[in-house]
Design a binder for this molecule. Structure first.
Ligand SMILES: [Zn+2]
Ligand SMILES: [Zn+2]
Length: 226
């Protein structure tokens, strides 16, 4: 009997005939229906075109401020609600690497649907990586090909974003540098993947750098928007 990875209760529902016929992947079974339903998906048609948050405007007021910096659009799959925060905390801060599989398939489908040439994960500061043992973003991408094109140059990413106020977060200096030859990005359509879009500062810094390296387009994909 399988246990739900999130609430640790038994997953009662057996495989249905429909699932068997359609070869529904087993990964669908690692979280119970109740936990799964607590996540709130964002319909891409109803999101801000720029940051991906649920919005009735094509470009939300937060994104208006970025307009002059760089043309950028992010797709966020879920709102950062209580369930998603609990998931992130279990996955990242408690370091339960198995939890990457909860959304892996979905992230992989989004990556494939984006038709990008190159997938670039947002890197962790080496200290965070050493403490956690894994990069949660790479866990979500799984075995799909990715290019570790970025590396952190300072402790900026490690000075926990959450500890800063909004203004400080928006004005932080470029925390990344290129880790690969720019030829690997030249004329490529790049998709940056991160776990949570908060102010947008981190992913936009990354986008700016990749664009300067010669990428034709740079888009973002985040699991959540909060
Ligand atoms: Zn559950
Ligand atoms: Zn927006």
């Amino acid at each position: 009997m399988t246990m739900c990875l999130l609430c640790h209760r038994e997953i009662a529902a057996p495989l249905t005939l429909w699932q068997l016929i359609n070869f529904q992947p087993i990964t669908e079974q690692i979280v119970c229906t109740r936990c799964r339903q607590a996540f709130s998906a964002i319909d891409p048609q109803l999101g801000c075109q720029s940051c991906g948050r649920l919005s009735d405007q094509k470009k939300c007021s937060d994104c208006e401020r970025w307009s002059s910096e760089i043309e950028f659009s992010n797709r966020a799959c879920y709102t950062y609600n209580t369930a998603m925060k609990a998931y992130m905390s279990q996955y990242k801060f408690n370091g339960d690497y198995r939890l990457r599989t909860v959304f892996q398939l979905e992230i992989q489908r989004e990556i494939q649907a984006s038709k990008c040439d190159v997938v670039v994960p947002i890197p962790l500061h080496p200290d965070t990586l050493a403490a956690r043992g894994f990069n949660q973003v790479e866990g979500l991408i799984g075995e799909l090909p990715m290019l570790r094109a970025l590396t952190t140059i300072s402790a900026t990413k490690a000075q926990h974003q959450s500890a800063k106020n909004r203004k400080q977060r928006l004005t932080t200096a470029q925390p990344f540098k290129l880790a690969v030859d720019s030829m690997q990005l030249y004329r490529k359509n790049v998709l940056i993947v991160d776990d949570v879009y908060t102010t947008g500062r981190t992913i936009r810094h990354a986008a700016l750098l990749l664009k300067k390296a010669g990428a034709t387009t740079v888009k973002g994909l985040t699991l959540a928007h909060g």
